[in-house]
Design a protein around this ligand. Structure first.
Ligand code: FAQ
Length: 345
């Protein structure tokens, strides 16, 4: 009936209506933009139903989905050590940490979904090798001490990068980060404690801890992303209050934190050029191998192929769980609609 009415509307009138509609749409867009600009200027928050520029939505989706993938792939280097942890207590702690990473991935996928991205599509992009995840998880975890170095350096870098993201202008992302950071802080302490125990153990244990720190230090510094001059996204992300500090700024802060903590550990950082620049009031570090970083991003790091292969296997192995969950949901829905119909009758 409605369709017939529309068809019978004279062409001129329907043109008039669509002009009105497009004027309304333009007005809505202008109001939306004005609200968005006000939110940015006041440094408050955009929520999922608010109007936002397409480029802002895309940038958030890029960053949040990469972040989610990093948490999921990031379980692999540590999961590999669960069955080889030196005691039941260490095994339980490591299992809890790895489960936390899975949870972080899920909060972040949920935050990305509020921007209109389908979770299956994000997973498909990851397993097809089309999506990025953090460079750091393409390095191997060779000894038990690597569990300490990952916790101390990798989670330490993650905290340094993510605490400012708790104030990100997009509500669901900022709120997810608050919870994630609390858990990351426990993760870093457990890594520190593993290294502390090893560094006070036998000479071999201390050497194992030092070797792990030597291997993870530079990749951890590269987690913060390319140098500012080579970071195409930073400026706009900072203007939108997503990122609060530049990559180099956060890297420098991290080096300052590690310099203090490594003394307590009784270990050293493999970087003789670390110094505090009195003029700039910033910590400086020695050169990093940015070619290695590019190679890892291009999929040619030491473990890229292995990480993706394992993720694909896990996805295939989980097919029956997804099918069972979907069948159960359909059954419940059918039961519910039947009950509603019976109730109505
Ligand atoms: N790895 O212009 P920028 C964790 C890409 S979670 C891979 O500077 P942006 C917890 C970047 O995407 C670790 N790619 O980019 C844990 C861009 O490429 P695109 C993950 C990188 O976005 C611990 C291009 O380079 N954390 O560790 C990396 O402004 C232990 C140009 O770079 C997050 O994701 C990299 N390291 O800044 C779990 C935090 N760096 O997208 C398990 C949120 C840069 O244009 C165990 N993300 N790229 O193709 C961020 O803060 C930002 O996205 C940055 C990059 C800082 C990572």
């Amino acid at each position: 009936m409605a369709a017939q009415n529309l068809q019978s509307v004279p062409a001129e009138l329907s043109r008039g209506e669509s002009q009105e509609q497009s004027q309304e749409a333009a007005q809505r867009e202008a109001d939306g933009q004005a609200n968005f600009d006000r939110v940015m200027a006041e440094d408050s928050r955009i929520e999922p139903r608010d109007w936002m520029p397409d480029a802002y939505r895309k940038t958030l989706l890029r960053q949040i989905s990469q972040h989610a993938h990093s948490e999921i792939i990031g379980m692999q280097p540590e999961a590999n050590w669960i069955s080889r942890a030196p005691s039941l207590k260490r095994k339980a702690i490591l299992m809890a940490k790895v489960q936390d990473e899975a949870g972080h991935g899920l909060y972040l996928y949920s935050a990305a979904e509020t921007l209109g991205q389908n979770r299956d599509k994000m997973t498909a992009d990851l397993i097809a090798g089309k999506a990025r995840y953090s460079s750091i998880f393409n390095y191997p975890a060779l000894t038990w001490a690597d569990m300490g170095a990952i916790g101390w350096l990798v989670d330490g870098a993650a905290i340094c990068n993510q605490v400012p993201l708790c104030r990100a202008s997009y509500g669901p992302y900022g709120r997810a980060m608050v919870r994630i950071c609390k858990e990351e802080s426990f993760h870093q302490r457990q890594g520190f404690e593993i290294l502390l125990e090893l560094s006070h153990g036998t000479p071999e244990q201390k050497q194992m801890a030092q070797d792990a720190v030597n291997r993870w230090y530079a990749p951890a510094l590269m987690m913060f992303g390319p140098p500012d001059d080579d970071s195409p996204n930073s400026r706009q992300s900072m203007a939108w209050n997503i990122k609060r500090f530049s990559n180099d700024e956060l890297r420098s802060r991290f080096v300052g934190m590690m310099v203090e903590q490594v003394r307590v550990l009784g270990l050293t950082l493999p970087d003789s050029e670390i110094r505090f620049n009195e003029e700039t009031r910033k910590w400086e570090h020695g050169p990093l191998d940015w070619n290695e970083f590019k190679e890892v991003l291009a999929g040619r790091g030491p473990c890229n192929a292995q990480r993706l292969e394992r993720r694909r296997e896990a996805h295939d192995d989980g097919a029956w769980v997804r099918e069972a969950a979907a069948a159960y949901a359909a059954k419940r829905q059918a039961k519910q609609s039947m009950t509603t119909k019976e109730y109505a009758a």
